[in-house]
Design a protein around this ligand. Structure first.
Ligand SMILES: Cc1cc2nc3c(=O)[nH]c(=O)nc-3n(C[C@H](O)[C@H](O)[C@H](O)COP(=O)(O)OP(=O)(O)OC[C@H]3O[C@@H](n4cnc5c(N)ncnc54)[C@H](O)[C@@H]3O)c2cc1C
Length: 401
C-alpha cells in the first residue's frame, strides 16, 4: 500500500526529513495537481518567456485553475477561514519556486501581498467584494508600496500623497518595482494622508485616469515577471475604496509579517530547485571518463546544497506553524527570510558552479535560479533590513539610522 510518506517522498525527494508529511491529504492532492499543470503547461514555454522578459499568462491560468487559493480540499476543517493553511501556503511557494521564481513571485504579489492587504486592511464589505474574485483569479492583484526614492526607508520616507476632497481622495506620486502592476485589476497604493501624515491604503482600479504603469526594462533577474514603474497624477479614489483598517505603517507591518514569511518560502523553493537541477546534471554528465557526480569535490557541494534545502524547509515549516497562531511575529518572518535567502544564494552559486559552462545558459535550469535569487535576496526586506530587525529584537537597540 502507498503511504503518505511514499507520496510526499516522490513529490519532494529533496525534503529529506519528510516535513511534507504534515500536509493533509487534500493539500497534497492540490499540490500534485499544481505540479502537473506546471509541467504540462508552463514547462514548455518558461525559458522563452524568461528570455523575452514576459509573463506566461495563458500557461499560468492553467495552474490557477487548479484552485490554488480556493479549492475546497484546502478548507477541510477550516470553516470560516479565508485562506488555506499556512503550511500548505509554504509548500505551494516551495512548489512554484522550485519550478520558477518568477512564477512564484507573480503569485506572491497576487495571493500574498494583495490578498493579505485586502484581508487585513479591508472591512467586511471590502473583503466580500475583493477576496473571492482574487481567490478565483478573476481579478489580478498587485501591491504598491516601494517608491523610486524610498525602498528600505519606506516606513518613514513614503512620499506618495493622498488628499481628501469630499467623498474622494486624490493620489499623487510614483511607485517602483511593482510586480504585475501594468496588468492588475486591483492595485493597492499606499499613500500619506496630507492631513494627518498617516499612511493609508487606496484601491486603484484598472483603467483609472491618471494611473500609468510601465514595465521596467533590462532586468537581469526575474525576467519572466513584469515589474512596473507607476506614476499617479491626480488619481481619484472614492472613500469607499480606501481600506478601512490601514491607518499607519503599523498596519502595513501586519501584512508584511505574512508576506515576508511567504518570501522566505520562495527562497526555500529556489534553493530546492537549484539543487535538484544540479543533482540531475551531475548524474548525467561525464568528465575524465566518469560522472561528475562521482567526484568527491562535487559530492561535498551536493551535500552542502542538500543540507541548505533541509534547513530552509525546516525554517519554512516551523514558521508556517507559528504563523497559524494568534500573534505572528515580524522577528520570526525576518529571521527566516534572512536565513533562507542567505542559504539560497550560497546554493544557487554552488549549483551553477557544478554545471560548468552549461550553467550559464537557459539550456540548464540553474541559470534561472542563479540570476533570480538576486531579486529574492533584495525584495521583502533586504538582507540588511531583516538583520537589523532581528538585531533590534536581540539588543533592544534600533540600528537603522
Ligand atoms: C524584482 C523586484 C520585485 C519587487 N516587487 C515589489 C512589489 O511588488 N511591490 C513593492 O512595493 N515593492 C517591490 N519591490 C521593492 C523591494 O521591496 C525593494 O527593492 C527593497 O525594499 C529594497 O529597496 P531598494 O531597492 O530601494 O534598496 P535600498 O533601500 O536603496 O538599499 C540598497 C542597499 O542598501 C542597504 N541599506 C539600506 N538601508 C540600510 C541601513 N539602514 N543599514 C544598512 N544597509 C542599508 C540595503 O540593504 C541594500 O543592500 C521589488 C523589488 C524587486 C527588485
Amino acid at each position: 500500500m502507498t503511504t503518505k510518506a511514499d507520496i510526499v517522498k516522490e513529490l519532494y525527494p529533496e525534503d529529506l526529513y519528510g516535513y511534507a508529511e504534515k500536509l493533509t491529504d487534500g493539500e497534497i492532492e492540490v499540490l500534485q495537481e499544481v505540479r502537473e499543470a506546471l509541467e504540462t503547461h508552463v514547462r514548455p514555454v518558461i525559458a522563452e518567456y524568461w528570455e523575452n522578459a514576459d509573463f506566461p499568462f495563458e500557461a499560468f491560468k492553467k495552474v490557477s485553475e487548479v484552485g490554488i487559493m480556493n479549492n475546497p480540499k484546502l478548507y477541510v476543517d477550516r470553516e470560516g477561514k479565508r485562506k488555506p493553511s499556512e503550511l500548505y501556503t509554504a509548500f505551494l511557494y516551495l512548489e512554484l519556486a522550485r519550478f520558477d521564481a518568477s512564477i512564484a513571485t507573480f503569485y506572491t504579489v497576487h495571493g500574498g501581498l494583495c490578498y493579505n492587504t485586502i484581508l487585513i486592511g479591508g472591512d467586511d464589505r471590502q473583503i466580500e467584494e475583493f477576496a473571492p474574485k482574487l481567490a478565483s483569479f478573476e481579478w489580478q492583484g498587485c501591491f504598491g508600496l516601494t517608491e523610486p526614492d524610498h525602498g528600505s526607508d519606506i516606513a518613514g520616507g513614503l512620499a506618495t500623497t493622498a488628499r481628501r476632497e469630499g467623498d474622494n481622495w486624490i493620489l499623487n506620486g510614483e511607485k517602483r518595482w511593482i510586480g504585475g502592476a501594468d496588468t492588475a485589476d486591483v492595485i493597492p497604493i499606499f499613500a500619506r494622508d496630507v492631513e494627518d501624515n498617516r499612511i493609508k491604503c487606496f484601491i486603484v482600479r484598472k483603467g483609472a485616469q491618471g494611473y500609468e504603469a510601465n514595465p521596467i526594462p533590462h532586468k537581469g533577474s526575474l525576467r519572466a515577471i513584469r515589474n512596473a514603474h507607476i506614476k499617479l497624477e491626480d488619481v481619484v479614489v472614492p472613500e469607499t475604496d480606501r481600506l478601512a483598517n490601514i491607518n499607519g505603517f503599523g498596519d502595513v507591518a501586519k501584512i508584511l509579517v505574512f508576506t515576508r514569511a511567504d518570501v522566505s518560502h520562495i527562497a526555500t523553493g529556489v534553493t530546492a530547485g537549484a539543487f535538484i537541477s544540479a543533482l540531475k546534471y551531475v548524474k548525467e554528465r561525464d568528465q575524465f571518463g566518469r560522472k561528475l557526480g562521482g567526484f568527491q569535490l562535487v559530492q561535498e557541494k551536493l551535500a552542502r546544497m542538500q543540507a541548505n534545502v533541509v534547513a530552509n524547509i525546516g525554517y519554512s515549516v516551523r514558521l508556517a506553524e507559528l504563523q497559524e497562531t494568534e500573534r505572528p511575529l515580524m522577528l520570526n518572518s525576518s529571521l527566516a527570510k534572512m536565513h533562507n535567502s542567505l542559504t539560497m544564494r550560497e546554493t544557487v552559486a554552488m549549483a551553477r558552479e557544478v554545471c560548468g559552462g552549461n550553467g550559464i545558459t537557459l539550456e540548464s535550469e540553474v541559470m534561472r535560479f542563479f540570476t533570480d535569487a538576486e531579486a529574492i535576496y533584495t525584495y521583502e526586506g533586504t538582507h540588511e533590513v531583516n538583520a537589523l530587525i532581528v538585531g533590534r529584537e536581540l539588543t533592544g537597540l534600533g540600528a537603522f539610522i
